[in-house]
Design a protein around this ligand. Structure first.
Ligand SMILES: *[C@@H]1O[C@H](CO)[C@@H](O)[C@H](O)[C@H]1NC(C)=O
Length: 283
């Protein structure tokens, strides 16, 4: 037993050591990358989503350091000089404060990914680097692509944003291509959540069926097709099945089977008790 525990422990140690080696090697390649780009000092990683706003920081150690310049490393494009946007692209803006001159990029696209540099005119000039990574946010509706709801019951659709770095400004809901957020339909409401939006229909009617699409301001949309199952109709009947079973005039086969079972059970019970009774009386 003791030997077994020892073997386990040494195996674990081996795994940890291997992990450490992998980790160190990973860090090493990152440094290599940095040298290749002629970048000194740490690189701040910033994540933004397509359509959102990226904020790249540039820290000032001295509030009166002078005019801060931002440029894009890929093409050495000058973006901002002081508080002025220098680039032809008006999506670039600087947000100055005494301790930080953050570069803001509005309406981020995949092409904005890469390395950015801010220069602070101290002596010697200070260079700071930020690497912008872009994620593409999308939405999901649990239950998609097809949701079956019984007529009269409530319907709750949730639009969840995935890979989003900021909340959406709005989430629009469409039914059969028509936006319904502001329709003021009785019993239908839309509520924002931390990560998207919820649509609630209190009592579903056949007219509530159809293709529901949620479209957040900053993420790919999602859809779900809602099928309202009408009360007196069995799902099978919707595909042109036996109409008699849905009309309600004849009992369904399963009810007949249950009746037959109950009848035969009671008959069986009665017969057995009678026989037992006879047996008892004869002895
Ligand atoms: C639902 O509507 C969206 C657009 O509103 C469309 O892209 C999607 O293909 C539709 N889905 C179905 C199954 O009709």
């Amino acid at each position: 037993m003791r030997a077994f525990v020892l073997i386990l422990l040494s195996l674990q140690l081996l795994v940890y050591t291997a992990d450490a080696v992998v980790h160190r090697r990973h860090v090493g390649t990152q440094e290599g990358d940095t040298n290749a780009l002629d970048v000194s000092g740490p690189i701040k990683e910033v994540l933004a989503q397509t359509g959102g706003t990226a904020a790249l920081p540039c820290k000032l150690s001295d509030p009166g350091a002078g005019i801060v310049t931002w440029l894009r490393r890929r093409d050495r494009q000058l973006l901002t000089v002081g508080t002025a946007t220098h680039s032809v692209d008006s999506r670039f803006m600087v947000r100055p404060s005494t301790s930080d001159w953050t570069l803001l990029i509005r309406g981020v696209t995949l092409q904005d990914a890469g390395l950015y540099e801010c220069q602070v005119p101290t002596v010697p000039v200070q260079h700071q680097f930020a690497r912008l990574k872009i994620t593409e946010a999308y939405s999901v509706i649990p239950g998609a692509p097809d949701l079956h709801v019984k007529q009269g019951s409530s319907l709750r659709l949730e639009c969840q944003l995935i890979s989003a770095t900021e909340p959406p400004i709005y989430v629009f809901w469409y039914r059969q291509g028509r936006m319904i957020n502001y329709d003021a339909e009785p019993g239908v409401k839309v509520e924002p959540t931390n990560t998207g939006s919820i649509l609630i229909v209190d009592k579903t009617k056949p007219a509530h069926g159809g293709n529901y699409t949620c479209k957040p301001s900053n993420a790919r949309s999602a859809y779900v097709v809602v099928h309202i199952i009408e009360e007196e109709e069995k799902p099978a009947a919707m595909h042109g099945g036996d109409r008699r079973s849905s009309s309600g005039s004849a009992p369904s086969p399963s009810i007949l089977l249950t009746l037959i079972f109950l009848l035969s059970a009671s008959w069986f019970h009665r017969t057995i008790s009678r026989h037992v009774g006879q047996y008892r009386s004869t002895t």
